[in-house]
Design a protein around this ligand. Structure first.
Ligand SMILES: C[S@@+](CC[C@H](N)C(=O)[O-])C[C@H]1O[C@@H](n2cnc3c(N)ncnc32)[C@H](O)[C@@H]1O
Length: 303
């Protein structure tokens, strides 16, 4: 018997998730890569569709490729995060779709056709690629996938020459790590991100013997990183599409825990985020606001 597939984690009670399903979301460390699924091998699938069009169509195309002809597919998304466009997206692949709405979500029940249309186009459009403008490997769906984030750019302008052992928390495709590794005084760097697509790109972008890249949740490193001289980060403040300030706060606490006494954390954050209290608590000795402009704040916090 073939596998059941699951992409994402629908809220409890929203969709019946097949028992023993193979998780495919790149945002869950340890999950399987949907691009590696064999053609026509799966018996059913449930997909919580991601919001970006290229990313969503890439996922749907791979899942349709991997399903046996006629195997049932349920696709859902919040109405205001692409749900209202799901049916059309699936019909463009030649699917027959019936639609339903519940708890601010749209649900599409799909019987995949024997020969879905245009899967190759969607799989190519959402695949990892070498961006000419960035000069880096990237993929639709990863953070700021087609440009350098302005907050990250600001932090890069202010970073001093770093030295010793450090970490880039929430490294994305590796823009900050690349900057840190320009310093010959950096002896080791661990780049961590929860998004497999980002860490795959970072590995390709940062071929350097001083570097280790981890696909992991920064808040669950369980002491794996300690005694560091520096941390650099542009912490996330969205989880599953919703603003989650606790996530950035978790990054600040994690950074403090992994630094040696005297170690330094360089961090950029959107100006509206209230990180001052948690910075003061995690770094009671010294927190300096180094710049505040263009909607961003850059901090240097010393352990
Ligand atoms: C604001 S982006 C910064 C990305 C990159 N450092 C840059 O400056 O372009 C935050 C990154 O944190 C990652 N992220 C979100 N939650 C995470 C978690 N719990 N653990 C590790 N990484 C996480 C996201 O995938 C994203 O790449």
């Amino acid at each position: 018997m073939g596998a059941a597939l699951l992409y994402g984690v629908p809220a409890p009670g929203l969709a019946e998730t097949p028992a023993g399903a193979v998780q495919l979301s790149p945002l869950i460390p340890g999950s399987s890569d949907l691009a590696g699924l064999a053609d026509a091998s799966a018996d059913e699938a449930v997909v919580l569709a991601p919001p970006g069009v290229l990313e969503r169509d890439f996922v749907l195309a791979h899942v349709l490729r991997a399903l046996k002809p006629g195997a049932p597919l349920t696709v859902l998304a919040p109405k205001d995060k692409g749900g209202s466009r799901l049916k059309k997206a699936l019909e463009r692949f030649g699917c027959e779709v019936s639609e339903d709405a519940r708890r601010h979500h749209r649900f599409c029940y799909v019987t995949p056709p024997t020969a879905p249309k245009d899967l190759d186009i969607a799989m190519a459009a959402g695949a990892p690629r070498l961006s000419q403008s960035l000069g880096l490997w990237t993929q639709p769906g990863v953070f700021s996938w087609d440009r350098v984030d302005p907050g990250t750019a600001r932090l890069m302008e202010l970073l001093p020459t770093l030295s010793g052992k450090g970490a880039d928390l929430g490294c994305g495709i590796g823009v900050l790590s690349l900057e840190a590794l320009k310093s010959a005084k950096v002896t080791g760097l661990t780049a961590v991100d929860i998004d497999r697509r980002a860490v795959d790109c970072a590995r390709r972008n940062l071929e350097d013997p001083r570097l280790e890249v981890l696909w992991a949740d920064v808040r669950r490193l369980d002491g794996k990183l300690s005694g560091l001289d520096f941390v650099i980060m542009n912490p996330p403040f969205h989880d599953g599409g919703a603003e989650d300030r606790a996530l950035g706060m978790g990054f600040i606490r994690a950074a403090a825990a992994m630094l040696a006494p005297g170690g330094v954390c360089w961090m950029v954050a959107n100006r509206h985020l209230p990180y001052e209290a948690v910075l003061a608590e995690a770094f009671p000795k010294a927190v300096a606001l180094k710049a505040e402009a263009g909607g961003f704040k850059v901090y240097e916090a010393r352990k």
